[in-house]
Design a protein around this ligand. Structure first.
Ligand code: A3P
Length: 272
């Protein structure tokens, strides 16, 4: 090729870093990692796995620092990041809006009751003090039967409340709500919705998934880095402890009005 031709080709293929076009903002323990790993398969998406907590913990470093942390992207590729704590962190929406008022916001949600147990299971595996206290001990305010809404694990499931805050900054049309339950039983369906929402050609389909009966979850035929079939790590899809039926009923009742409000706000009945 002539030098000029080469120059033009390099220009066209020049990679650069840019601020995220889309953020997976939550909700913790709803399937956010699975969604990120799945969307990474798309050739027009660059989505690093690391969570850098820019908008909640590293904001003082500034947007140019944040941009420098982004992966290199080619023309036509979008940048995506995931930080599940953003959904429930009050100071985040206004900061995100300052970065880009048109950013696309992805929220994975799951039955808040199962989400709470998943969160508790994760916390017990990380923090030894949890092992001394049962779910019931933490769930009720000392010796009463009043639900302890100050316990983060309960509070995070109040989706309507957090969405309300986000909607003060972004219109509903900028959000997509992914069902954590559907993501398990029919990942291709949720991935189609996501690709449509992001304006991407639908490339991730049934062909990318198989159901691994040992894991009990859908796994990938291949990914960005691995050409062979594989599942998410063992910290995704943990075995949950058995929680007393009466607590589960109480938790279900407790979330009911908040769930209904959330269905109303999003226009989606998630069936919890
Ligand atoms: P459990 O480990 O409690 O089963 P997050 O990535 O947001 O922390 O969510 C973790 C949850 O993702 C897991 O919770 C699991 O139920 C769910 N999940 C959804 N799809 C999955 C998949 N393909 N493989 C493993 N876990 C998946």
């Amino acid at each position: 090729a002539s030098p000029k031709y080469k120059f033009l080709r390099d220009e066209n293929l020049q990679a650069s870093r840019h601020l995220p076009d889309a953020l997976i903002i939550g909700v913790k323990k709803s399937g956010t990692r699975a969604l990120l790993e799945f969307i990474k398969l798309h050739p027009n998406v660059q989505a690093p796995s690391s969570e850098m907590h820019f908008f909640d913990k590293n904001y003082v470093r500034g947007l140019s620092w944040y941009r420098n942390q982004m992966p290199l992207t080619l023309e036509g590729q979008m940048t995506m990041k995931k930080t599940p704590s953003y959904f429930v962190t009050k100071r985040v929406p206004s900061r995100v809006k300052k970065m880009n008022p048109y950013v696309k916001l992805i929220v994975v949600v799951r039955d808040p009751v199962t989400r709470a147990i998943s969160d508790y299971t994760q916390s017990s595996s990380k923090k030894p003090e949890y092992l001394r206290k049962s779910f019931a001990d933490l769930f009720y305010i000392n010796g009463t039967n009043v639900v302890n809404t100050r316990w983060g694990i309960v509070r995070i499931g109040l989706y309507a409340r957090y969405l309300d805050t986000w909607l003060k900054y972004f219109p509903l049309s900028q959000f997509i709500f992914i069902s954590g339950e559907t993501l398990i039983v029919d990942p291709a369906a949720e991935m189609k919705r996501l690709q449509d929402f992001l304006g991407l050609k639908v490339i991730i389909t049934e062909k990318h998934f198989y159901f691994n009966t040992t894991k009990g979850f859908p796994c990938l035929m291949k990914s960005e880095t691995l050409a062979s079939p594989h599942c998410l790590g063992k910290n995704k899809g943990r075995i949950h402890p058995k929680i007393d039926e009466s607590i589960l009923d109480r938790l279900t009742q407790f979330y009911r009005p908040f769930n209904l409000k959330f269905y109303q706000m999003t226009g989606i009945d998630f069936g919890w």
